[in-house]
Design a protein around this ligand. Structure first.
Ligand code: AMP
Length: 653
């Protein structure tokens, strides 16, 4: 396929704001292209020619592209920069400037999509002193054979974002529509189309293997083109139930079961099938992290092929991410009990692939950092007792002398270090705390329960100074969980993770089955200077408390935020709104219907998420999401934090 043809599709997609249309245009493109072209097409749609090799990147800045365009088009860079500022899009800039170059107006390009992909993929092996120069030469020569429209999309592809609304989600939908469409879904997916159009489409089918629900055939027979339709296609008539059985027993494998379409009146069933395939595309994506491959397999072999796709060694997958928990009560409710509580280590997340003596280490961004961590590579080779696996862990820095953990910022410099690696590894050694396994003995472990994955880790890891399994406590007790949390903080770690024992590993998602709990930040001691009455179930007592810090210069109290969370509704849960209301009611200085102003007397310890400069409060700062920790009866207003403290904390954050 010519690159110009693909660019024409991109233009259509850009001009069509509706998602459903974007999906249909892509589905049509995927259907029409050759099987050996579809991988390149998907890569260009996502502006990433390294989908099967995620550690690689083009490594070209927008500025450098502007420079290359300047050379290729013989236009001063300043003109390009001015135009870029006006349009805000380097691709459109390239196109606009191209049209100013009259001598190229009649030129018509013949570059193919394969030319574009193959040339850009060369970047993966260009290294060394003149690497940048060589890359510029390749891009210049591509620009040299481009039309204006192609220059627009080539620039966007090199930048890594087409900005026409093609996301991974849209590609997945297009694969679904393009390759797993029975007429029913098509009808559902294209809801805006009328039935007449759908039937016209049916009658256009030729050399197609079609299942038709018996109930519908009489209806179709009445249509005038039916006889021709019947002659042109191979039709199999089935009852509704038989169709269901057929699709559940046989996967959507065109070559195997020789079915291209199914026409049925059963919408529910259409939905079920759609969900089934949608899920299959999702799990294939989670395992391979490569939509280009999925599109190719779907085109070639349908669902049958997707069933065979699995995780592969040295093809890193996206990592599973955690959601925040507010407290252990909150966490246990969401994750279920008993759950696994683990140290939340403050370090570098590593996904490590091992096959015999070959080890590769990837970051959570899937960058390959094997060279930067020779001691981890060595430790894995020696101490993981299996032939192949993919494990995940957190590498935490330790002080070489005291053997105590040190914060992430000390070891973060090791990630990018390309030289004097040994020196840095001696200065900032790390210990790997392994917390998951996603592949073992040639098979994916993604769908196994967390408890089973953990047991496997315990079986295959020979623990030592450099390699440990994450500290874990399985409990249903809030008290024990809190003790464990304190221990983690005392050990200089960030907090804890709380994990559902039965959960599978879901790559790339911020899942509700793995939560993180950590101190919000340092707490502040502040004084209550006012409050507002509550509404609804908190009617009749004070529910929002105005907090102040101290101006150390004048001794005045200056407001800094309003506190409304962290207090409880019921006595047995801790300090309630009512408790605090009753306390401050004794000190009211001024009162309106809605609020009170009180003597600065009650000191409270407050946690918060962030400190912001603000003109809303007298101190010049505002606390974001302040949360009540406890009343400090041992302190009086003169002991509270000052504006100077706040300024310091703001600087540190
Ligand atoms: P977040 O990145 O904000 O979703 O927080 C989870 C991060 O904590 C993970 O990405 C890991 O890098 C890190 N982490 C530290 N210890 C653990 C552990 N025991 N289990 C899972 N993740 C952990």
């Amino acid at each position: 396929m010519l690159f110009s043809q693909l660019c024409a599709y991109f233009e259509k997609i850009q001009d069509n704001p509706s998602q459903i249309h974007k999906i249909n245009i892509l589905a049509e493109l995927f259907g029409k292209c050759k099987t050996d072209e579809i991988e390149n097409i998907v890569m260009l749609c996502l502006a990433n020619v390294f989908l099967s090799n995620p550690e690689k990147e083009l490594g070209i800045s927008s500025n450098l592209i502007a420079e290359t365009i300047s050379k290729a088009f013989c236009i001063k860079k300043k003109i390009i920069m001015n135009e870029w500022q006006k349009t805000g899009d380097l691709g459109i800039t390239a196109q606009n400037l191209f049209f100013k170059k009259t001598q190229k107006m009649l030129f018509s390009s013949k570059i193919s999509i394969c030319d574009v992909v193959a040339n850009l993929q060369k970047f993966a092996i260009i290294e060394g002193k003149n690497a940048q120069l060589k890359k510029i030469q390749i891009i210049s020569s591509l620009f040299g054979s481009c039309t204006g429209l192609e220059a627009k999309y080539l620039s966007k592809i090199i930048i890594g974002n087409l900005r026409i609304g093609i996301s991974e989600g849209i590609i997945k939908e297009a694969i679904l529509t393009g390759f797993f469409t029975n007429i029913l879904w098509k009808n559902m997916l294209l809801q805006k189309r009328d039935k007449k159009q759908v039937f016209e489409e049916i009658f256009e089918l030729k050399n197609t293997n079609i299942i038709i629900e018996k109930k519908i055939i009489d209806f179709l027979k009445k249509k005038k083109n039916f006889d021709l339709f019947k002659k042109n296609n191979k039709i199999k008539l089935l009852e509704k139930k038989e169709i269901k059985d057929f699709f559940y027993k046989n996967s959507f494998f065109k070559k195997k079961n020789k079915i291209d379409f199914c026409i049925s009146g059963e919408t529910e069933f259409g939905n079920e099938l759609k969900n089934k395939i949608e899920k299959k595309i999702d799990t294939s994506f989670q395992a391979t992290n490569n939509l280009a491959l999925i599109a190719k397999i779907a085109k070639q072999e349908g669902e049958f092929g997707l069933n065979k796709l699995d995780m592969k060694l040295f093809c890193p997958i996206k990592v599973m991410l955690a959601q925040k928990a507010q407290s252990f009560e909150d966490a246990f409710e969401r994750v279920g009990i008993p759950s696994a509580i683990e140290y939340k280590y403050d370090g570098i997340r590593m996904q490590i692939h091992k096959n015999k003596d070959k080890i590769q280490i990837y970051t959570r961004k899937l960058e390959n950092i094997t060279k930067q961590f020779p001691e981890i590579e060595h430790a894995i080779k020696k101490n993981i007792l299996c032939e192949n696996c993919v494990i995940e862990g957190e590498a935490v820095g330790i002080d070489a002398n005291t053997k105590k953990y040190i914060p992430f910022q000390y070891i973060s410099q090791r990630i990018k270090r390309k030289y004097r690696i040994k020196e840095l590894s001696e200065k900032f050694p790390v210990v790997l705390h392994i917390f998951d396994i996603t592949y073992f003995a040639g098979k994916s472990m993604l769908l196994e329960k967390f408890s089973k994955r953990r047991k496997l880790l315990e079986k295959i890891i020979k623990q030592n100074n450099a390699l440990l399994i994450a500290k874990q406590l399985i409990t249903s007790s809030i008290k024990d969980a809190k003790e464990f949390y304190k221990l983690a903080l005392k050990d200089n770690q960030e907090g804890v993770m709380i994990k559902n024992l039965n959960s599978p590993y879901i790559p790339g998602s911020r899942v509700g089955t793995m939560l993180k709990l950590k101190p919000i930040l340092d707490t502040l001691d502040l004084v209550i200077v006012g409050a507002e009455y509550g509404k609804g179930k908190r009617k009749g007592y004070l529910s929002s408390f105005l907090l102040a810090c101290k101006d150390e210069k004048t001794g005045e109290f200056k407001t800094i935020g309003k506190l409304g969370t962290g207090l409880k509704e019921k006595q047995e849960q801790g300090t309630t709104f009512m408790d605090l209301s009753n306390l401050i009611k004794e000190d009211i200085l001024m009162q309106t219907d809605l609020s009170v102003f009180v003597k600065p007397k009650i000191v409270v310890e407050v946690a918060y998420e962030e400190m912001q400069k603000s003109t809303n409060y007298e101190s010049g700062y505002a606390l974001r999401f302040p949360r009540f920790i406890q009343i400090r009866p041992d302190k009086d207003a003169s002991d509270i934090n000052t504006i100077k403290d706040i300024e310091l904390l703001k600087k540190l954050s």
